[in-house]
Design a protein around this ligand. Sequence first.
Ligand code: TRP
Length: 427
Amino acid sequence: MTKQTVLTGITTTGTPHIGNYLGAIKPAIEASRNPDFNSYFFLADFHALIKCHDPERVARSTREIAATWLALGLDTDQATFYRQTDIPEITELTWILTCMTSKGLMNRSHAYKASVDANREAGKQDDDDVTMGLFSYPILMAADILMFNAGIIPVGKDQIQHIEMARDIAGRFNHTYGTLFHLPEAQVDEQTQLIPGLDGRKMSKSYDNTIPLFCSSDELYKLIKQIKTDTLEPGQPKDADNSTIFQLFANFATAEEQAAMRKEFENGIGWGDAKKALFEYLDSYLTGPREEYNRLMADMAYVEQQLHKGAEKARSYATPFLEQIRIATGIRPLTYQGTQPAQAEEKKEKEQSAEQVARAEEGRRRAILMQLKPMLDRVEAAEDKAAAAHALIAEKEEQVATLKKKAKQKAQNELDLLHEELAQLLA
Ligand code: TRP
């Protein structure tokens, strides 16, 4: 049985805060340890360009979010952790899906309609400052999801509509070209919608009431001291359930620790002491990950390498799958022999799986060749092509000899392909 895929993206426009951690990152990392699912987590940096045109901010946020997930212990061997823009297949699929999406569906998108409404209120033209990126953003998001045939999409409530749209788009594709896509489902955790910010409203960048996850201890204390409280004096009993301080504490603490804190509230702990207790708890909880975060922020080469590893894993699925998708739409090598009439009778299962294997193989071959292209070009440009070909093969052979396991297999595959490609020169 194939495993279900859980997939979610994080737009790279901000600095991760405690609300993001409790609401998305922590549950995702926990879920990624469940061997019953494949987990795909990615930095949605093309999504960032929709709402943020400050390049430094996009770049900084991408570094911060990547380092955050790694600092919190995401196992990149278990989960597939990558950057959207490292997967060109997603962008290509976006176009194919764009041609399967009715404009009317996009007209109904909440994100687009919210901009139109704001413009109307401000007495501006409906489409003032509305880019095509914003308008068609649900299609990019559908491509993120469908590229990996993900089934479960953990998101905030505001994203449910986008998952519905991904289903619509997938359905239309399947109907037109034959079934290639699963229909994804949103998974919304009600509990995590309730993390309060400094002012008691939901913690959110747009309310400017967040606590950055990895700010310094000093900054953390300063922010916690700003949490809004009422005018009850020390000694007066306080209602834990209505207190932002208690709610934040409860999201981190164990059941016993919560019960003890609840008692303190009943006994009339002063607000200053309650804030101090929250600070001390959070600070000690975050010290380890914060140190790791700071270490990673100073070692971007390592983080980059982790993302490359993720991209390679993601593309080992995306490349052959996109090839199938292209072939289904009629974008094929001119020599392609198979036929795939839309809504044809189901082929015999065996036959189909043989064909799928062949297509996947072709996709894999193309992906490797794409990576080898610069080397092949160098051989092509060399004065003595045969010597260059021999040198290249020798270099690869040495790699195969020194590498281990997966990397060795990969280098071996490349070597095999190089032998095929350079056969004439090597003879
Ligand atoms: N649009 C999502 C958000 O703003 C982020 C995102 C992009 C996403 N692509 C995705 C989430 C795919 C889930 C699946 O929160």
